[in-house]
Design a protein around this ligand. Structure first.
Ligand code: ATP
Ligand code: MG
Length: 335
């Protein structure tokens, strides 16, 4: 690979099936990048343990679930390399070296880590592995020589921290061994949950899974947060902070119709139920083909595993090369 080549590295923690937040926040961007650049999709099972220590069967099942979601939305293992984090042990080794390039105070200040700790209500009672997960993310990106990382807005501090580590390392060894990377955020950088909360997240339980059934979609849309002041149909309603409209902005193919709906809603005379019925239609049309493909693919778990094995070994060659360069630069070669 040339020094200038753009390499996309991105991934998800394998803590359960993916949801609409993932689709809007990063899957759509990955689909666009696919075929244009070399792309690595990392199934972060090691990192998932920081949240689910001991829950090994869940993390294992989620590796399959996330891979199914990738394939179902159209990510293609011929064009993108799917890898399992734990199957590339070089990533863990590199993390270990990086651990000394960042202070505990800096990790504690990382806004992503801070928010997640707050969401969990755990204060400082978190696994050390959780606090240091930005370091492991830095290792994943740099080991695969990533230069472009499609992410949701919540991950931007991670990219900043990765580049700090890169600069620190290169400066310590006096050579530009590691490459800095850029974040790429999509149109929707942070999809709210159905409760209107800042971020759709499994942890917050406010998500719609990509594999949601028509009934689950319907129930979720009915529960969805709108304008709490909009009590009667003829009243003018608010668009800002109205989750139903945020979802229509993100997913409706007919944005002219959305604009018309917004105008009508703000003028008064448009019922929440009507807007919700449209959103339900949009989400059904979006998710039904994904669900159908997913169900079909789920019949052949062996095939999924062989895709993951092949991708992991391809990625391993590159990670091993980076680790060799890193250790050589540090003088940690004795024979
Ligand atoms: P969950 O909290 O549901 O388990 P997560 O945030 O832990 O999801 P990660 O594996 O940490 O999921 O994130 C994977 C990618 O998906 C990241 O780039 C993240 O920014 C993006 N993402 C996750 N949720 C959303 C969302 N609601 N809106 C936009 N992007 C999101
Ligand atoms: Mg999470």
């Amino acid at each position: 690979m040339s020094d200038q080549e753009i390499i996309v590295v991105t991934g998800d923690r394998t803590t359960g099936p993916l949801h609409l937040g993932h689709l809007a926040g990063s899957l759509q961007a990955r689909l666009q990048l696919q075929g244009q650049y070399r792309q690595f999709l990392l199934l972060a099972d090691t990192q998932a343990l920081a949240d689910h220590q001991g829950d090994y069967s869940r993390v294992r099942q989620s590796v399959i679930d996330v891979a199914l979601d990738y394939l179902a939305v159209g990510l293609d293992p011929q064009q993108s390399t799917f890898l399992i984090q734990s199957m590339v042990p070089e990533l863990a080794e590199l993390s270990f070296y990086f651990m000394n390039l960042v202070s505990v105070a800096r990790l504690e200040r990382n806004p992503t880590v801070k928010t997640e700790i707050r969401n969990k209500g755990r204060e400082r009672d978190i696994p050390a592995g959780f606090l240091s997960y930005p370091v492991s993310q830095a290792a994943d990106i740099t080991a695969l020589k990533g230069t472009l990382v499609p992410v949701g807005a919540d991950q931007l501090p991670m990219i900043e921290q990765t580049n700090e580590i890169v600069r620190r390392f290169n400066q310590m060894v006096g050579s530009d061994i590691l490459r800095e990377c850029k974040a790429l955020t999509g149109k929707v950088t942070r999809l709210p949950g159905i409760d209107g909360q800042q971020k759709m997240s499994r942890v917050l339980g406010n998500h719609i899974a990509l594999s949601a059934s028509p009934d689950e979609i319907r129930t979720a849309v009915r529960k969805m947060f709108t304008d709490p002041q909009h009590l009667r149909v003829e009243q003018p309603g608010q668009i800002a902070g109205n989750t139903v409209f945020t979802f229509l902005d993100a997913f409706a193919p007919d944005q002219d119709k959305v604009a018309e709906f917004k105008e009508h809603y703000q003028r008064g005379g448009l019922a929440d139920a009507v807007v919700k019925a449209y959103l339900e239609e949009v989400l059904l049309a979006l998710l039904e083909p994904i669900r159908a493909r997913r169900n079909e693919l789920a019949h052949d778990p062996e095939r999924i595993l062989s895709i993951l094995m092949a991708g992991s070994s391809r990625a391993r060659e590159i990670a091993a090369l980076t680790l060799y360069q890193v250790k050589k630069a540090m003088g940690m070669f004795y024979f």
